[in-house]
Write a protein that binds this ligand. Structure first.
Ligand code: SAM
Length: 267
């Protein structure tokens, strides 16, 4: 891909999602854009750029973001966060809390919010606590998978066997097996498309817990700081923010107490 085209594409991507792509990402962008171009039967990167720029519907920029965003995730990824979650949910259940609101702010294909929902069910015991889990992502493709709640065998491998048996049903089609998450878990999660680089966030109710893991690594310092300030505005005092293991809040941001690496509490 020519440098001029790459630079224009990366500016478009940055302006519409906050995702920063340095020059060393040329090969990655080329590979991902090429895939999209094959679908459109385009062979020239310049022509593809023109196609994005001329599309007044905004659909092609969405396809571009769907192609570019990295969606790696898994059930029980970074399990310390879920151990911590279990602990606080048990405390809130013992305190007879009524309603808990959680947000998985870059949910990818749904493994993160469904793990949150499973842990919520497992932690509450007999206390009738209502859970609302909002799960959002900028990528429209991943949300289709997330909403289906269906995963192939290798994706459910990190889930402990007793949890798998309890919350998934097996679907057999031909020789292949897949697993469908049970309705009681699916109904706890609401999926929406949502861009973390557009402020202020249109959320009406304050939250108890936000998971925003492994997405800030794609953003620059300025956007990260804005995001943290917005999370602080949306969390209840004492609410929790979980970041990815490779992520942290800069001291300059303020408003949060670091409880453990990548786990923060709003002051
Ligand atoms: C690596 S995945 C992380 C998934 C999950 N949180 C985890 O840790 O396993 C990053 C996700 O962030 C999403 N993303 C990237 N930029 C975004 C933005 N501006 N707004 C919302 N989501 C975004 C991507 O589409 C992708 O699904």
């Amino acid at each position: 891909m020519q440098t001029a085209v790459f630079n224009k594409l990366r500016t478009l991507i940055y302006n519409s999602s906050g995702i920063c792509l340095n020059q060393d990402k040329t090969a990655l962008v080329t590979a991902r854009v090429s895939k999209r171009m094959r679908k459109l039967r385009l062979a020239d990167y310049g022509k593809y750029l023109q196609c994005v720029l001329e599309d007044s519907t905004g659909q092609e920029i969405q396809h571009l973001l769907d192609a570019i965003s990295t969606n790696v995730t898994s059930f029980y990824r970074e399990p310390e966060h879920f151990n911590f979650l279990r602990g606080i949910l048990k405390i809130w259940a013992a305190e007879k809390a009524k309603k808990i609101r959680m947000w998985s702010a870059a949910c990818s294909t749904g493994e993160e919010p469904y793990t949150m929902a499973i842990e919520a069910k497992e932690s509450t015991g007999n206390h009738p606590m209502e859970y609302k889990i909002l799960a959002t992502d900028i990528n429209s493709d991943v949300l289709v998978t997330a909403q289906s709640g269906e995963y192939p065998e290798d994706r459910i491998a990190p889930i402990p066997k007793h949890i798998r048996t309890k919350y998934f049903t097996t679907i057999k089609e031909g020789g292949s097996k897949s697993y469908l998450i049970r309705e009681e878990i699916r109904n706890m999660v609401v999926f929406r498309q949502f861009n973390l680089s557009v402020f202020p966030f249109p959320l009406r109710n304050r939250l108890d817990i936000i998971f925003c893991r492994n997405v800030m690594i794609y953003f620059d310092t300025e956007l990260r700081a804005k995001l943290v300030a917005e999370f602080s505005r949306l969390l209840k005092p004492g609410g929790y923010l979980m970041l990815g293991h490779a992520e942290s809040i800069s001291r300059a941001c303020g408003g949060f107490r670091c409880l453990r690496p990548s786990i923060y509490q709003k002051e």
